[in-house]
Design a protein around this ligand. Structure first.
Ligand code: PEP
Length: 253
């Protein structure tokens, strides 16, 4: 049915507000995976909750960090390095989320450094790309995605691409309730796959998972996942609600 194993991921952002709520949420989400899940599932959670959430979900799902500092060690107050995470058994991280691009002024070069360091450490990265509303209205979607993809993945080789997942997240759809239609998302995903093909060749392009993110909900997940180039979802708001995220994990196609 699927060319690639579906991948449903949650991004908790700066939530929930306490460890006890994080415990309840992680338990609820883990409980919604019954039997053999047809998808891989990952939760990207705040640093202080990583170990606790990992202990709760066991190997039912992947637990990852929402960001990293791409340094080995040294004078980087507040930083968390890939090595630190790896030593805790955390092998996944997000890079390039639009909130970090905008609020923390991360450039494509910063994001590339993060991606490179993660893959060099043998870890996995979900690289987030996507256009602003203005760029969408000016018909620049494919061009913006191509630039962000090429810059974000610069110096990452074809042999490292199995450690990379791409998430297409139109900025105008993140946290707004305005989900891209399955048709719009499919057309961008197809273009991202063809850029990946030009960069790395067809076997990498055909095996790389491309997730859609931006206001995914129980009501929209099925239509999105039906599309041939949409391999999963990156879910913000709805990943904080056990019932909603449980339904998204158990999407029906
Ligand atoms: C996200 O945080 O990447 C995201 C897509 O958020 P939301 O689902 O709330 O739009």
């Amino acid at each position: 049915l699927f060319a690639r194993k579906p991948f449903i991921t949650g991004n908790w952002k700066l939530n929930p507000q306490s460890k006890s709520e994080a415990v309840d949420l992680a338990r609820g989400i883990a409980d919604s995976i019954t039997g053999e899940s047809p998808s891989d599932v990952a939760l990207f959670v705040p640093f202080p909750y990583l170990e606790t959430v990992q202990g709760i979900v066991g190997d039912k799902l992947i637990v990852g960090a929402e960001m990293i500092t791409p340094e080995i060690n040294g004078a980087f107050t507040g930083g968390v390095s890939p090595c630190m995470l790896k030593s805790m058994g955390i092998e996944w991280a997000l890079a390039g989320h639009s909130e970090r691009r905008t609020l923390n002024k991360e450039s494509d070069e910063d994001i590339n450094k993060q991606c490179k360091m993660l893959v060099e450490e043998g870890m996995n990265v979900v690289l987030c790309i996507g256009e602003s509303l203005d760029e969408f209205e000016k018909d620049l979607v494919d061009a913006v995605c191509e630039i962000q993809l090429k810059k974000g993945l610069s110096e990452i080789g074809a042999d490292q691409m199995s450690q990379v997942t791409i998430a297409y997240e139109p900025v105008w759809a993140i946290g707004t309730g305005k989900v891209a239609t399955p048709e719009i998302a499919q057309s961008v995903h197809k273009s991202i796959r063809s850029i990946t093909d030009k960069m790395y060749g067809s076997s990498v392009a055909e095996s790389t998972r491309i997730l859609y993110g931006g206001s995914v909900s129980p009501g929209s997940v099925d239509g999105l996942l039906e599309k041939p180039d949409i391999d999963g979802a990156l879910v913000g708001g709805a990943s904080l609600d056990t019932t909603s995220f449980g339904r998204i994990i158990n999407f029906e196609v």
